[in-house]
Design a protein around this ligand. Sequence first.
Ligand code: PMP
Length: 284
Amino acid sequence: RTVYVNGRYVPESEASVSVFDRGFLFADGIYEVTAVLKGRLVDFEGHAARLHRSLNELNMHLSLNDNALRDIHRQLIDKNALQEGLVYLQVTRGAADRDFAYPEAQTPATVVAFTQQKAIIDSPLAERGLKVISLPDMRWGRRDIKTVQLLYPSMAKMEAKKRGADDAWLVESGLVTEGSSSNAWIVDHDNTLITRELSRSLLHGITRRTVMQLAKAHDMKVEERGFTIKEAQNAREAFMTSATSLVYPVVSIDQRPVGEGQPGEITRALRRLYIEASLEAMDA
Ligand code: PMP
């Protein structure tokens, strides 16, 4: 692969970052993952806007504007002949002597980006559906900032796999916040879609927003509120959303089948609508 590091496109074997990088020492960095379908970016504007929000919340400075960022994404897609998959972009506060206090503001950020191939549209998981387990949400209190501090989500995913499941839904004060790397949704017996309201407790998913707009445009009811694991187990359908999974059905929660224990009709319809809308709105 050809990857991007601080202004240069290099073979991955030649890419390097300082051992003093604050991303490495303090997880002092943020990232975005943008899906690529048919060689084009899906909702780059949304991901760029969230990147700036994360940077602002952490007082991090990036000298690249959105056009420059978009160009990096497109060049990586071209240089790697990527048809379907993702572009990962990471920005850290740069390299400086190890100190908890931030270095001087003019310390250049470290910017790294690379592509990864992934079958998104024809994903087997979309057909099979996912088994999830519930775990306590033990992450920090600013989950709305997309930081590279991903150890707990990683542990949650491993715990799910250890128990024969695919992923974990995280629970705080009795209510589901989100999945380890996705937003969590249920469909109740009136066909109302329910997903937790935005706050500092969860990531403001770009896919969540688009799915919500599509649902409303198709006269589906959407309620933004928290729900319990029990309510989810008793729901008609459950699903999750993220940039590279799009819409994935959830077929069991803590070993209890949701609905028929099969991917639900509304979930399938939303996935289809999402794919159609993404291909139509495709970045030129
Ligand atoms: N929540 C978390 C914790 C995530 O890591 C992700 C994926 N990055 C999401 C939600 C979904 O966000 P998006 O739709 O923007 O990919």
